[in-house]
Design a protein around this ligand. Structure first.
Ligand code: IMP
Length: 438
């Protein structure tokens, strides 16, 4: 029995939801290890689009336990709305979802801080999702964060609240034009949240250890992407968690060796939401076309995504950081109709060729891209189900991606639906019971 991680290999929005949903029936548990409602994972089936923010993309499958682990953040109001939305569609969320008692809670003041900081930063703003992610993770590190378990323990909640106040939280909020709720109000809100969420909360670390002991397979679901990793991404234009495979043991309490195989999800081109360097961004007509055809608008915030070309330097970096065994390439159909397709193969920074991601974001901002230009193809790909049926130019493009990213392809997605998927013979996914689409 092998445990598998599915993580983002770019700046998020790679299409992880579809890949996790496809694989989920082969696993006993699907677990999220970092991030919170900043994520927006979409799963399309039966002609309907389902957007998930906290809940793992395995939730649509009976018999699969979906875990929100200790390294994640939850916003109770949003999570409850998500649960209710799924329950209204007849999905047995109560049986399938488990939330860690150790997860941290995004408190109302974290939302105020996130919005307030972004407004203050003006042109230096990160362009966060304003879901309170940075402030809630900061509170966790500063050790006055509120955990899910604290919602059921008024004395613990009071201790965290008072610690936050003594460390100047009320003044910080006031400076941003926000007010800190009273302790009484927070206790009342916590009681309400616990009443509704309590039955779903447990020690998920124990649950995962039992799965490991019993040889039941676990799928680890990443959120955001490698280039947004707090340590290894384009800092400070990053999210506040460890998005790569390295975040899995820390965020779930499983041994590193439990992460046996890693699939990295990458779009056939590249997008980014929010501020920060994006060397292969295309501000011209090709970028606009990618946005329109690829419907590149945020699932969580609705913001238009910045669009550009596949960056093989960044992809190689992601492959090395997380030990990605195979790539799942998504949205390949979107490239049809472009006369020429480009791949970023290196950067030139201050006249020097650079083949990896520089440590400093402003260096990446200055990078000139060295492109390899390939012939495009006009044929639509939505109905293609095997590599042999692809136009020659499209095959050449895929071969170059594999070579330049130094990683084989396990899956190529040619449309949002579960069925619009090419699984080549010999794909890593065959080891997980996914049949090749010959
Ligand atoms: P935060 O995670 O809301 O603090 O946002 C920090 C940065 O990460 C911003 O550039 C966001 O646009 C980006 N980000 C956060 N979550 C996602 C995601 O799920 N997809 C794409 N970008 C994201």
């Amino acid at each position: 029995m092998t445990h598998l991680a599915v993580i983002g290999a770019q700046w998020g929005d790679e299409g992880k939801g579809k890949v996790v949903d496809l694989l989920s029936p082969r696993f006993s548990v699907v677990a999220r290890y970092q991030g919170g409602p900043n994520a927006g994972h979409t799963v399309v089936f039966g002609g309907k689009t389902h957007a998930l923010h906290h809940i793992p993309s395995g939730i649509f499958h009976p018999g699969v336990t979906s875990v929100i682990g200790p390294g994640t953040l939850i916003d109770p109001e949003r999570l409850l709305a998500e649960i209710e939305g799924l329950a209204a569609q007849g999905i047995e969320v109560d049986q399938r979802l488990r939330i860690s008692l150790r997860s941290h809670v995004i408190m109302p003041w974290h939302l105020g801080l996130d919005g307030g900081y972004e407004a203050r930063l003006e042109e230096q703003a990160i362009g966060t999702t304003r879901r309170g992610i940075g402030p809630a993770y900061s509170a966790k590190m500063e050790r006055f964060g509120v955990r899910v378990a604290d919602l059921a323990r008024p004395e613990e909640l009071a201790a965290r609240y008072r610690a936050a106040r003594s460390m100047g939280l009320a003044e910080r909020l006031e400076a941003l034009g926000e007010t800190m709720p009273t302790e009484q109000a927070i206790q009342a809100t916590a009681r309400q949240w616990w009443q509704r969420l309590g039955p779903l909360c447990c020690d998920t670390t124990d649950l995962l250890h039992a799965a490991l002991r019993d040889g039941r397979a676990i799928l680890f679901e990443g959120a955001q992407g490698t280039l947004l990793d707090v340590d290894h991404g384009s800092y400070p234009f990053v999210t506040s968690s460890s998005t790569g495979a390295g975040g899995i043991p820390a965020g779930l309490g499983v041994p590193p060796r439990a992460v046996e195989q890693v699939v990295g999800v990458a779009k056939a081109y590249l997008t980014r939401v929010g501020a920060g360097p994006f060397p292969s961004e295309d501000d011209g007509s090709a970028g606009q076309r990618l946005r329109q055809v690829g419907k590149e608008f945020g699932t969580t915030t609705g913001r238009p995504r910045r669009c550009g070309w596949f960056d093989a330097v960044a992809a190689r970096y992601a492959v090395r950081l997380s030990g990605i065994d195979a790539l799942a390439l998504t949205k390949f159909d979107v490239l049809s109709g472009l006369p020429e397709v480009r791949i970023a193969v290196a950067y030139e920074i201050d006249g020097e060729r650079c083949e990896t991601l520089p440590a400093v974001a402003s260096d990446l901002e200055r990078a000139e891209v060295v492109y390899e230009d390939l012939e495009g193809w006009s044929e639509p790909l939505e109905h293609v189900r095997c590599l042999a049926d692809l136009p020659r130019a499209a095959r050449v493009y895929l071969d170059r991606i594999e070579e330049l990213a130094e990683c084989p392809l396990a899956l190529v997605s040619v449309g949002p639906d579960r069925t619009q998927t090419i699984v080549p013979g010999g794909s890593l996914l065959e080891d997980f019971g996914v049949e090749a689409t010959r």
